[in-house]
Design a protein around this ligand. Structure first.
Ligand code: SAH
Length: 395
């Protein structure tokens, strides 16, 4: 096995079990490891620190796997990590009202670069590192043994693959081609999931409980669901007796699926409209038309892909939330989210305080939303925490 030696003084994060080593921290590489090869990481005194995947092309040159020198990172090591992660999700699926969740969440489940989502009997995987790409045969075999899925579909179209020198893929790995819409249940609500053409792996299961919490406030209310995608917040609100729901998204495919989902659940009785538009444009249109709502959901895509983008992103979040607050009846509720890892909860609260000032409103934070337990945050890897939100009462 090839040794990679760290520069003096660069071992602290590794000793704290952070799983990333940046290329600038490396003194030398004793040999010529292939991208994705497992190496031994040593400190400047040549003492063993950890085993990890090496990638010469990536800014994160080493992704650490195992800190105990006596434990080999072999097929069984990977199988064990898969088994532990899958077993940890059992209670989410236990009562049958939900059959979709994230089974494996990358570094947070000790498998850097591997995401596995369960959609009823089908699995969608994303493979974002060359090391994990090499481990895929054993991972697929273990998933097949554990779950006997009808299909395993590789939905690795994330641009981050290019940082590791990998092509994007969208291909069946095992089983039969999944149907165009795979039927799943979440919180007792049915959804059709388009794995091949939908966004990410097809569905945003990280909002499972937040949708339920929001729906608890929707009864009898006029709800506006912005960035609705296939209708997570919309459907939970309809189920809980919202007076009306308006869903806005820029994706025609997402809205088509949303309307199909409304039919699937026989929620047609309630007043519902789906508007294909840029949310920023549509909110201004509502304002100009004098349309007001009781409950507004703002669940935008990631505005801050990195720390350096945070200032600009903060202005975008502030602008969006100011508009949202202005469209609420007095005492109405704003459920607002950020899935930017670079934006922490305290900064997000600050942004909302600025938005309230600009909107001429008073805001109470009445509930904090976060990512669910199938998106765990590893204590040594705070980067895994990305989804946060606030339920605000706006006066
Ligand atoms: N709330 C959704 C997930 C939202 S994901 C759920 O519960 O499933 C973000 C969504 O924002 C995507 O559907 C994307 O199509 C949409 N989107 C991105 N930029 C947009 C914009 N400027 N205006 C409207 N929709 C946008």
């Amino acid at each position: 096995m090839i040794d990679v030696v760290l520069k003096k003084g660069k071992e602290k994060a590794v000793l704290h079990k952070h799983p990333w080593v940046f290329s600038g921290a490396i003194e030398n590489v004793k040999g010529n490891p292939a991208n994705g090869e497992i190496i031994r990481l040593l400190d400047s005194k040549k003492d063993f620190l950890a085993y990890g995947f090496y990638n010469a092309q990536s800014r994160v040159a080493v992704r650490l796997l195992e800190w105990d020198e006596a434990i080999a990172v072999d097929d069984n090591w990977f199988r064990d990590k898969v088994r532990v992660a899958v077993a940890g999700r059992a209670h989410i699926l236990a009562d049958g009202s939900t059959d979709t969740c994230r089974l494996i969440f990358s570094e947070s489940d000790y498998l850097p670069g591997l995401i596995v989502d369960k959609y009823a009997d089908h699995l969608a995987v994303q493979v974002l590192t060359s090391g994990m790409q090499n481990a895929m045969p054993v991972i697929i075999d273990e998933l097949n043994q554990l779950l006997k899925p009808a299909s395993i579909f590789d939905k690795s179209d994330a641009t981050s693959r290019s940082h590791e020198g990998l092509e994007t893929t969208n291909v069946l790995l095992a089983g039969n081609e999944p149907p165009e819409l795979v039927m799943v249940k979440e919180n007792g609500i049915s959804y059709g999931i388009n794995i091949a053409e939908g966004q990410k792996s097809g569905f945003y299961c990280d909002q499972r409980y937040n949708r339920q919490v929001l729906a608890g406030y929707a009864k009898g209310k006029n709800v506006l669901d912005c960035f609705s995608y296939t209708g997570g917040f919309t459907l939970n609100s309809l189920k809980n007796g919202a007076a009306s729901v308006t869903s806005v998204d820029s994706s025609a495919l997402a809205l088509e699926t949303l309307e199909e989902n409304i039919r699937l659940n026989k929620f047609e009785g309630t007043e519902h409209s789906a508007i294909k538009s840029d949310v920023n444009v549509q909110l201004r249109k509502f304002r100009d038309d004098g349309e007001m709502f009781d409950v507004i959901v703002l669940d935008p895509p990631k505005y801050a892909p990195s720390r350096s983008a945070l200032d600009r992103a903060s202005r975008a979040y502030k602008d969006l939330n100011r508009l949202g607050m202005q469209l609420l009846n007095s005492g109405g509720l704003l459920a607002t989210f950020s899935c930017s890892g670079a934006m922490d909860m305290e900064t997000f609260k600050q942004v909302l305080a600025w938005a309230a000032l600009d909107a001429g409103k008073q805001v109470q934070f009445i509930y904090q939303f976060h990512q669910p337990e199938d998106h765990p945050v590893r204590a040594s890897f705070p980067e895994g925490e990305y989804l946060k939100g606030l339920l605000c009462r706006v006066w």
